[in-house]
Design a protein around this ligand. Sequence first.
Ligand SMILES: [Zn+2]
Length: 339
Amino acid sequence: MREQLEKIKEEALKQIEASDALEKLNDIRVAYLGKKGELTSVLKSMKEVSPEERPKVGQMVNDARALIEAKLEETKTVLARKAREEQMKREVIDVTLPAKKSNVGHSHPNTIALEEVERIFVGMGYEVVEGPEVEYDLYNFEKLNIPANHPAKDEQDTFYINKDIVLRTQTSPVQVRSMEQGKLPIRMIAPGRVFRSDEVDATHSPSFHQIEGLVIDRNITFADLKGTLAEFAKELFGPETKVKFRPHHFPFTEPSAEVDVTCFKCGGSGCRFCKGSGWIEILGCGMVHPHVLEMSGIDSEEYSGFAFGVGLERIALLKYEIDDMRLLYENDIRFLKQF
Ligand SMILES: [Zn+2]
């Protein structure tokens, strides 16, 4: 037994010394110290040893084990250091080489404007809601008080998928979908892409973005609408900004208005930017038509509300003083880099 142990120990140490790779050390560990290793099998044959000899042999096995483990650990450190040194030699870094330039992207002007508008309304307690871009004619027109023969439908003449389905011409159908869910009160904005068969020019595009707002609650009046939009204009264009409401017509609101803000370039005295008028048109709005409420299952005697819609591109163009909408879609890096 003593001789056998001595032999195992010597053989193990010899193998460890001859190892030139970390993986080999692991194989040796398994072969000698593992569950089915040679040293372990000696321990298993202890029952053949006489009781008085057992403590001695046990001690010898433990000593051999400790010795092999220490040697393994020592060799491992040496091999690991060697491997690292070789790696360092291979990976020589030439610090005089010019660095690779990494280009960091940034948000598109549309995205910056959208985030700004969302920030303002979320701050006033509004929820941001999204809806489908491919929409039923029913939601895009009918339920917004625009029946099949309504002239407003011509103005928005659009891309039809079939006679019942269109690429939405406005984000207003999202309002209908929210109202139909019947959870009142509602305080939401719905940003998104819309489509109209417009010719491309400096202020038109067949695809652009709108942000719709809708508030429905008891006792909502035109004063709430006016206060909300005045606050929005101040947040967006500066604290001195004033708003002006001009009567207008939209099928889904009554009364309706278009909203102008004082020119943020000249403060209202008139300049080239506002074409001398001192005012800039920014959005359309109004009190939700009682018929629109009723069509979505809301009692118009008990509830009232207001809605507004603003073109996202219009905000971006104004905020950054860009004079051509097409620039926003051409993906010209030289242009986009400026924001
Ligand atoms: Zn001006």
